[in-house]
Design a protein around this ligand. Sequence first.
Ligand code: BGC
Length: 760
Amino acid sequence: MNDINVWGLTEKEIDTTKYSLNATLFALGNGYIGTRGNFEEGLELEEYDGTFINGFYDYYDLSYGEKYKGYPSRSHAMLNVTNGKKIDIYINGELFNVEKGTTKDYIREINFRKGVLTRKLTWISPRGDEISFESERLISFYEKHLLLSKVKITPINFDGSIKIISSINGNVKNITKENDPRIGVEFNGDELRVIKSSIDDNIGKIISRTKSSDLGLVCVMSNRLDCTGECSTSYTEYNELVSHTYDVKAMKNEPIILQKYVLYKTYKYVEDNIEKITSDNLIILLKEVMDNGYKFYKCKQKDYLDEFWYNSDISIDGDDSVQQGVRFNMYHLLQSVGRDGLTNISAKGLTGEGYEGHYFWDTEIYILPFFIYTNPDIAKELVEYRYNLLEAARKRGKEMQYDKGALYPWRTINGEECSAYFPAGTAQYHINADIAYSICKYIEASEDEDFLVEKGVEILVETARLWLEIGQFNDDGKFHICCVTGPDEYTAIVNNNVYTNFMAANNLKNAYEAVIFLKNKYPLKYRELADNLNIDEVEINKFHEAYINIYIPYDEDKKIYPQDDSFFQKPAWDFEKSKGKYPLLMHYHPINIYRAQVCKQADLILLEFILNDLFDDKQKKRDYDYYEKITTHDSSLSTCIFSIMANELGYYHKAYDYFIHSVRTDIDDIHNNTTAGVHTANMAGTWMSIIFGFGGMREEKGMLRFSPHLPEKWTSYSFRISFKGRKILVSVDEKGVEYKLLNGDPIVIYNKEEKLELKR
Ligand code: BGC
């Protein structure tokens, strides 16, 4: 990227070697549709492109050398769908392509306040015909089915022919393992098949159907051309490609403007005529959208973003590259997050095929805090999603031979477990506790008691039950949980992972208290739940017994928590020897990594952040000092957490260094894999590093406490927090901190130990 733009991303030179990386960075999305930032006209050798619909996937079989009970037999992955971006342009017969001829005055930009991707350039064809080219693209936040493009071509030095071909192309494939083993899945390339394509009445249509997941997709297109010269129009439908062709007798300095409207809608094959109903409705919508016109959606886009930034912005004075990184990250989170209760936010958002479009614990522990404290309405949809998956999680529990409770899958889109490697997948039972934890955080901050009563208690009980299934009381009277993997994926299948045990105890405690609350305040609801779930006093008391007796290993000599029972029995990792061999998982057999004291990511340190008040400062410091030395941060989920805890412990320089690593991870491609998609958990981790790290915010017993610190490089910063129906503006500079209640009733907060009552 060339210039630091605090409200956007700007590219002033075309670097075709970074074309695919930049296609990720300039990707657009609205939580439903996502499309990579490839040029309308493409490149000659088209690089990594893709358009995705959140929650739209197909299955593939998982193959194992040896398959055991409970191993998932199939997985599913997000599909690359009909390409609606393509616009080919011929200038006097020559194909417009920036790899040929000469390109001048190039600028590509995404503006985070407008939500429109723009590109401008001057192109001189190999024959010498010069044009000015401008394009705009947006995926509407207002109308979730809409992808809108506009191109403007002006001949500079000639009168002649300009041909524009605007198309939708259903002949698309995912990346397969052959193309790239890190990204590709076991797809054959025929997972999404075009079953109908047509063009009439200026409307192009492609209907596709998945091979095995019973999902369908309709994509429709219409175009509008404005020009002064003569123009003839033709339509073609050929080989899964539907196009409108405009042949224009172009005149010097007279612009030709094409507006392209594309709508996507998916459906599930529940009845035979669903395809016709969806497609008829989509055509009605297309006409409405065309009537509203381009400007309308551009204005709505801005209105939507005005509100988003009003709720969410973090403003930083003193370091523009940080400011840019922070806003870039928040913008991508907004573009990626599903908000219909049926979809979620994948590890790579809707920007690429890495991690197959799967949703992980990343949502609950990293991403939800951002939405809970800035856009609680979106947070609600994310917790609703987990409720909608509860039945599938119960089924998964049964598959894993548990009599009671629900086991949420480690990675999934539709609720089925997709993880084929159980030591770093299914064994991460902590996801159950993570979901339970974040639901409580959501309820606390939003005061959404309805959700608690109608859905939350059920999730808490079903997740808590699983701990009783997999844990046991030993002779010491303590509750132990064996054979699990904690968040650190470089240590697998261990007994009593401290993170897991504390979080499980928290899950059990919250389930216990929620049931008691329900019983006292909503006795009828309690009866209903007790009947439906078959819970009784004995079981509830067992929750209590397990959490107060949870076993937590502790090393009395070192005065440190081992990550699990056997962690300190393992030898130190030879960091000298592994120099230059990161990430370790690409260079060593997993068993060699598991055998040593080496961590991929924050595990215990994460625990001491999220269950903050259970540990005193001295303990946190000892643990931090120990684990920092053995953590590789090979996962992008790590540095943000180390930054937060470094701030809490007064290691301000470290806090800043870790934060800097996290804040520009994607823009600067620090993990060298942003081409496959952005890192959404890390993006939200950046937000956490500021709010919980520099801002020192903690939520304790329903109240907010702040302990702000101003990083040396900054002159000031401010952020906004939504909490219990209020919006609080926190501003920090050299003089100190100011809290302002922007809306809602008075509220008590703490500035360190000082109690403050905020009034408007
Ligand atoms: C991390 C996991 C994370 C996953 C998806 C892995 O590298 O170790 O904690 O859930 O990436 O982001």
